[in-house]
Design a protein around this ligand. Structure first.
Ligand code: SF4
Ligand code: SF4
Length: 86
């Protein structure tokens, strides 16, 4: 299962942004109840449903506040991985 890391202090808040809450196809983010140092409510990751590892949350977060680390051990590598070989 992919690992999701939220950098709470970098987030501008679900109320003011919230892109992660609607860009996630599994709706795995909701507003946290604890503010960050800037007074914003960052998202909280709800891991109860399966993350697809699509990385939408990481790609679309304007403040680079989410990192998705794919667990490559769970997946077969794609055929012809262009990053690995010439
Ligand atoms: S990687 Fe995709 S499915 Fe997983 S939390 Fe991010 S947007 Fe949702
Ligand atoms: S997309 Fe990024 S900045 Fe916007 S609410 Fe989510 S974590 Fe915060």
């Amino acid at each position: 299962m992919p690992k999701i890391t939220i950098f709470r202090q970098a987030c501008k808040g679900v109320d003011d942004c919230g892109i992660c809450t609607f860009i996630c196809p599994k709706q795995l983010f909701q507003a946290s109840e604890e503010m960050n140092d800037a007074g914003y409510l960052p998202p909280e990751y709800k891991g109860e449903r399966e993350c697809t590892g699509c990385q939408n949350c990481m790609i679309y977060c304007p403040d680079f506040a989410i990192v998705v680390e794919k667990d490559i051990g769970d997946e077969a590598p794609d055929k012809g991985d262009e990053n690995e070989q010439e």
